[in-house]
Design a protein around this ligand. Structure first.
Ligand code: FAD
Length: 389
């Protein structure tokens, strides 16, 4: 029996339920990645993805297998390749964006599709409020999420056996080269970053808001592409509860997106403001980090330089754009989506809507005062000086 494993946002061999199960139940396994021309990755993310695919291919080869890389419409490519390889089933990690769900539906129409967990700690919908289909408030979600049973992380398969005569592809030959990204993508690099940060993980609660410190994990791009398993991370004995709570925010926004597929395009909160300011100059200055507000500019310059921004700075820059300049959160979310290595619809738009007061924040009218935030979280001005023009 042959099973095809289609990798999407689970570019890893550790704790990969789709891959692990396929290797358990099938004699032959065909690992496949499909580059979808409809998903335009900006340069930084394109390179991160290439690194991740190259690393994944090396890991699969170490296990005796390989990675096929194809370009085209996912449902068509999957159907064709499954037919050619004689695969009776397609295994994929379940994802919740509207686009991913449409893709899953289309693949299900042309192949026998089996969906697996792995993109979040708990699958969206695994915990539900009494009398409702999803949570709209974080704290009750966190309570039931922490109290509910979790699956055990999967072992790395002992062997990946391709069908006779099949071999993989160099991702660069299919996707083309991309300019270097500020950080190296892939499971190996993600695990190395975890090992680098883990000895300091115990200080997370005290350090995660300190703008100048390297106090957070910086694993977000690796989580975005599934190079590290969120479940393995949440069950790592070295990480404190304060950190697990952040992973829960990630799950929270994924279950919100699953229940409200328009999270990326429409206000979540009924009655939230729609009257946004038309301020092209203010928006351009915000994008360039030239507003004259020290912390806002520092954050925006860190984004352009590193493809990443400290969470505290993300809140302050987003609050400045939406609450002070009154510009539509969708403008800000689109800019972040273009430049963040970790950008995904659930986290990006969930957080933008939270900050803009159109989302799940119970205090939708709060505004972050950038100077007060700087005094509290960058009292020595180390962060704002680091990112000065
Ligand atoms: P850590 O502090 O080490 O946290 C560990 C992990 O928990 C993160 O990697 C991330 O996966 C998750 N996490 C932490 N905070 C949040 C949060 N508020 N919401 C959801 N998940 C969280 N995060 C993204 O992954 N992608 C985005 O596109 C994104 N856009 C954002 C936009 C705005 C306006 C704001 C305010 C926040 C956004 N965040 C986003 C959340 C957060 O800023 C980043 O996840 C975090 O800064 C990543 O750095 P880290 O890996 O060092 O985080």
């Amino acid at each position: 029996r042959t099973v095809m494993v289609v990798f999407t946002r689970d570019l890893r061999v550790r704790d990969n339920p789709a891959l692990a199960t396929a290797c358990r139940v099938a004699d032959r396994v065909v690992p496949l990645f499909v580059a979808d021309p409809a998903i335009e990755a900006p340069p930084g993310r394109a390179r991160f993805l290439l690194d991740a695919l190259t690393d994944l291919r090396a890991s699969l080869r170490d296990l005796g297998g390989d990675l096929l890389v194809r370009r085209g419409d996912p449902a068509e490519v999957i159907a064709r390749t499954a037919r050619e390889a004689g695969a009776s089933q397609v295994a994929m990690a379940e994802d919740v964006s509207a686009y991913a769900r449409r893709r899953q539906r289309r693949v299900g129409e042309v192949a026998e599709l089996r969906l697996f967990p792995g993109v979040t700690v708990l699958p969206a919908g695994a915990v539900r409020p009494a009398g409702g289909d999803h949570y709209k408030v974080f704290t009750p979600y966190w309570r039931s999420w922490s109290a509910s049973p979790w699956r055990k992380p999967e072992e790395v398969p002992a062997r990946v056996v391709l069908p006779e005569g099949w071999r993989g592809d160099d991702p660069r030959a299919v996707l083309g080269e991309a300019p270097p990204a500020p950080v190296t993508g892939g499971e190996s690099a993600g695990l190395a970053r975890l090992e680098d940060w883990a000895p300091r993980a115990g200080d997370y609660a005290g350090l995660h808001d300190a703008l100048a410190e390297d106090g957070t994990s910086r694993l977000s791009p690796y989580l975005r592409f599934g190079c590290v398993s969120p479940l393995e991370l949440a069950t790592d004995p070295r990480v404190p509860e304060a950190f697990v709570r952040q992973l829960c925010w990630r799950d929270f926004y994924h279950q919100l997106l699953a229940a409200f597929p328009r999270l990326g395009t429409e206000n979540f909160r009924p009655g939230a403001r729609e009257d946004w300011a038309d301020d092209p100059e203010g928006l351009a200055a915000w994008k360039a980090g030239e507003t004259g507000v020290a912390l806002v500019d520092a954050g925006m310059r860190q984004l352009l330089a590193e493809g990443w921004m400290h969470n505290r700075a993300r809140m302050v820059t987003a609050s400045h754009l939406t609450k002070t300049l009154g510009v539509d959160w969708r403008e800000g979310a689109a800019w972040f989506a273009r430049h963040l290595l970790d950008a995904d619809v659930a986290n990006n738009c969930g957080n933008w809507q939270w900050t803009a007061g159109t989302g799940t924040d119970a205090r939708p009218h709060r505004r972050f005062n950038p100077e007060r935030q700087r005094e509290r979280f960058d009292p020595e001005r180390v962060y704002v000086d680091r990112w000065r023009a």
